[in-house]
Write a protein that binds this ligand. Sequence first.
Ligand code: ADP
Ligand code: MG
Ligand code: MG
Length: 211
Amino acid sequence: MGLDITWAVDWVRRSAESMSEHRVELINLDREIGDGDHGENMDRGFQAVLPKLDDLPAGSTPSDVLKLLATTLISTVGGAAGPLYGTAYLKASGAVGGEVSLDAEAVVRMLEAARDGIVLRGKAELGDKTMVDAWSPAVEAARGAAESGATAATTLQAAADAAAEGAVATEPLVARKGRASYLGERSAGHRDPGAQSTAYLLAAGAAAASN
Ligand code: ADP
Ligand code: MG
Ligand code: MG
């Protein structure tokens, strides 16, 4: 079974719930190696998109939802994460344009486009201690799952699990991009907030898909 508009809307709603639930935790992670606003930024952006979901015209596709999310995040989140997540969702929207229902292969394409958008925009490489360290393993895990015949929902769950592991794996790393890189070696020993928010957002997508 593919992932349709109902899934996409539910993904955004669950993402907003998760950002609100984990707001303080993300703030605290960002306080350790950044400026302490990541949870607030993300919560504000996802709260801003909620009322707009009710105005989606009939016949909207997952791509339309992702585009609405992208433009809202770009105009409300600010900082590094706003443009990065905005680009991610915009590229994800473009990758599944016009598709009413996403199969496993489309999920991989969507996640890969999101990751590539973040890399294009932020120029971070794997291991630089950024959200890329959650997105990249997510893409690889999704591809592996889809290639072995997983459903769209299971593919997304594999991505979410890999993102969560990727976020944990940022802890010993020294940051080479973003605000945390100003700390140099002192950034080691802390989890990257953007990698953690990525893990929560993909978990929200997987939860919406398994419903
Ligand atoms: P700011 O650092 O401007 O306050 P946020 O706190 O909202 O923005 O977001 C910080 C997160 O953004 C970091 O934890 C990291 O995951 C991500 N980030 C920062 N710079 C980059 C980059 N160049 N590429 C990828 N991700 C980045
Ligand atoms: Mg910050
Ligand atoms: Mg900031």
